[in-house]
Unconditional design. Structure first.
Length: 146
């Protein structure tokens, strides 16, 4: 299971292959996987870090958005470049990025980069991150049942 998740993420988690996976399926097609406190959501063929797992969020680059963008993100909108105040270079397109709100620095969404980090740094408009998971979404609600 560890290898499958690492392959999906394109990132090494630093866990031994013998790590036990605890899985829960609260709804058809949605599986929560807990690897020694690192929680992921399996949806289809992809694994996404779960926002309620602080330890897993530390493994990914982040982008901080202004207050005006927060309410849109919490309704499922993608992250637009003008709303980003600062961000880590996330590398190539297709990277998972933790989206944080500016005021308290809390993680509010997980985005999939639609551009490379270097492209995003020179953009002035347009979408940079596709919103995959946000506080209050289906995954957030289903995790309460686990």
């Amino acid at each position: 299971m560890v290898h499958r998740i690492e392959s999906s993420l394109g990132k090494a988690l630093g866990l031994p292959r013998s790590t036990q996976a605890e899985c829960a399926e609260p709804a058809d097609g949605v599986v929560f996987v807990n690897l020694d406190g690192l929680i992921f959501v399996e949806a289809g063929d992809k694994f996404v870090p779960f926002l309620g797992s602080a330890r897993v969020l530390e493994l990914f680059p982040s982008a901080t958005v202004d207050e005006g963008a927060t309410r849109f993100l919490l309704n499922g909108a993608d992250v637009m470049r003008p709303g980003i105040r600062k961000f880590d270079d996330w590398g190539a397109q297709g990277a998972l990025v933790v989206v944080k709100e500016e005021k308290k620095g809390r993680a509010i969404a997980i985005g999939l980069s639609t551009t490379s980090g270097s492209e995003a740094s020179v953009m002035t408009k347009g979408s940079c991150l596709k919103n995959l998971h946000y506080i209050g979404d289906r995954y957030w609600t289903l995790h309460k049942q686990v």
